[in-house]
Design a protein around this ligand. Structure first.
Ligand code: SF4
Length: 530
């Protein structure tokens, strides 16, 4: 019986039907349909063994579990529905993690703001920490430690700014320690102190100098959700609104990556995601992709998984070496895989905002080239069977109405782009963490138009991508495909009935125009290194 139990809420303890992207569905409120319908669609229950240990668990939590086990601590990840087996009782420490405890991150904050309701991740996180056996264990002295990418949401500063979070924390008897940053090493000492009933620092913010070296990062012991494994950490582009950028860039060697691929492949996981803040840069010390590093990585992943996806890629990286993407496709696309997904930060259509808030995002190109680069990259991706989710930020502190109009123009040019566009309200993180949250009541008419245009684009393209997305030919898949097609159709009707449907007024340049890509790359002053 583990003394240290690690867990997260039900929305995260799921493999989202083997489709990581469906995890986005947990960031919406339960709208019109009951919560159970959303649970079936977006976060089905994870399989567990007789101890309540999940078959797969979120990767970041697997890293913490492995680090504690490597340090000789009796720690295990437990499914939230099985916490009553361990508390009150043998568990002396409960560690919780999450991507977005209270729905403050994008896109949850966008959905919650527009629909005036707590998103599912928030509802489930609060429900988990309010379980009677968890509260009873807390009364009996069990320590509670919170971490993960959204630990800042429990910080004293956030509790001050958002009083209902403070009230919730008090209702569960407080949190003994909140840890922000890469805690792979720090957590060992913290948990030892918790087990010895010593004083715990209430709030710790780890800095880049606390970040572990690659050789200090533990290898996961048990499988991760959807075969996701990390290939490196950190990003050198320096966007002002991003917390990742403060971390040093480190790449894992192939041997370390293969160890984790094998852990997942051993239980039959056939589809997996390679995770870093820019997979295209694997092994590179700067912003130039390294073919000699990237292609062997993809071949290795393909040796263990039938289907391989990427977590993130930057537009500028793709356009720095566009022909490398077709070499990636040659490795990944075969009779078992017809496409792959990735998240891409487009954020804006305005070169002015690029210069003001994210000048590194466009390097080594010029900010003035940004809209054209995005359109070209869209063509490049679709031509190579990449169907991404593209994020846009609404309400950056530097944003003007003209900037928003330029983003709408960009979306219009992407009208036939097979992708999902995800607009997100600005959240103060990274170097902008002292700025104000963007709220729904500040939405201007032109910002509302942007949200409607992105929603209409997403629903239109969702229908065209459904067959590729649910690409396995079983009755099960056909049933899901039909269910999701019905759900998308239902959302379209609701959007049209509520005046939320918006299409371009003028037919846009088609990204399928063969003259656009690649001969018209607008980079006369930038040397192409093909
Ligand atoms: S490119 Fe992405 S990961 Fe890197 S700093 Fe910018 S937003 Fe963050």
């Amino acid at each position: 019986m583990p003394e240290v139990v690690i867990t997260c809420d039900w929305t995260m303890m799921s493999n989202h039907h083997g489709k990581e992207f469906l995890g986005f569905g947990t960031t919406t409120p339960a709208y019109i349909l009951p919560e159970q319908a959303y649970q079936k669609l977006f976060f089905p229950t994870m399989e567990v063994d007789e101890n309540g240990y999940p078959q797969q668990a979120p990767y970041g939590m697997r890293k913490i579990e492995a680090s504690l086990m490597d340090a000789g601590v009796d720690a295990r990840i437990v499914h939230p529905s099985f916490l009553d087996r361990y508390m009150p009782g043998p568990a002396k420490v409960l560690m919780v993690s999450g991507h977005d405890y209270f729905g403050l991150n994008p896109p949850s904050s966008t959905f919650a703001g527009v629909m005036h309701k707590d998103p599912l991740n928030c509802v489930n996180f609060k429900r988990m920490l309010s379980l009677p056996h968890v509260l009873e264990a807390r009364r009996q002295g069990m320590k509670l430690i919170a971490g993960g990418p959204c630990a800042w949401q429990l910080s004293p500063a956030t509790q001050m700014k958002i009083p209902w979070i403070g009230e919730f924390v008090r209702s569960i008897g407080g949190v003994d320690s909140i840890v922000e940053g890469e805690a792979d090493l720090y957590v060992r000492d913290l948990v030892r102190k918790a087990l010895a009933d010593e004083f715990l620092p209430p709030h710790v913010v780890l800095t880049p100098k606390d970040a572990p070296k690659v050789e200090e990062i533990s290898t996961i012991r048990y499988p991760s959700v959807n075969g996701l494994i990390e290939i490196g950490r950190g990003c050198c582009r320096g966007c002002s609104f991003c917390s990742v950028t403060t971390r040093p860039t480190r790449w894992y060697p192939l041997e370390k990556i293969e160890q984790e691929l094998k852990i997942n492949a051993k239980i039959g996981i056939k589809k997996g995601l390679l995770h870093s803040d820019d997979v295209y840069f694997y092994g590179s010390p700067n912003v130039m992709p390294r073919e000699d590093k990237l292609l062997p990585l993809l071949s290795l992943a393909k040796k263990h998984y039938a289907q391989v996806g990427w977590s993130h890629v930057a537009i500028a990286s793709l356009m720095t070496r566009p022909k490398l993407l077709s070499k990636c496709a040659e490795i990944l696309i075969d009779d078992k895989q017809s496409w792959w997904g990735v998240e891409v930060g487009v954020e804006t259509g305005s070169p002015r905002i690029i210069t003001a808030a994210m000048p590194g995002k466009v390097a080594p190109f010029k900010a003035s080239q940004w809209p054209e680069l995005v359109v070209q990259a869209a063509g490049l991706m679709n031509d190579n069977h990449v169907f991404p989710a593209c994020t846009f930020i609404v309400g950056l502190p530097q944003e003007t109405e003209d900037d928003v109009r330029m983003t709408i123009e960009l979306i219009d040019r992407l009208w036939d782009f097979r992708a999902i566009l995800v607009p997100m309200f600005f959240v103060p993180l990274g170097h902008l963490k002292n700025k104000d949250w963007f709220r729904r009541d500040r939405l201007s008419d032109v910002q509302q138009e942007l949200l409607k245009r992105a929603l209409s684009h997403g629903l239109r393209q969702s229908k065209t991508m459904m067959r590729d997305f649910f690409d396995w030919e079983t009755d099960h898949a056909r049933a899901y495909r039909a269910t999701f097609r019905g759900f998308v159709g239902f959302l379209e009707v609701i959007a049209k009935m509520n005046g939320l449907w918006s299409t371009p007024r003028h037919p846009a340049d088609s990204i399928r125009d063969p003259n656009l890509y690649p001969d018209r790359l607008p980079i006369p002053t930038i040397p192409m290194r093909e």
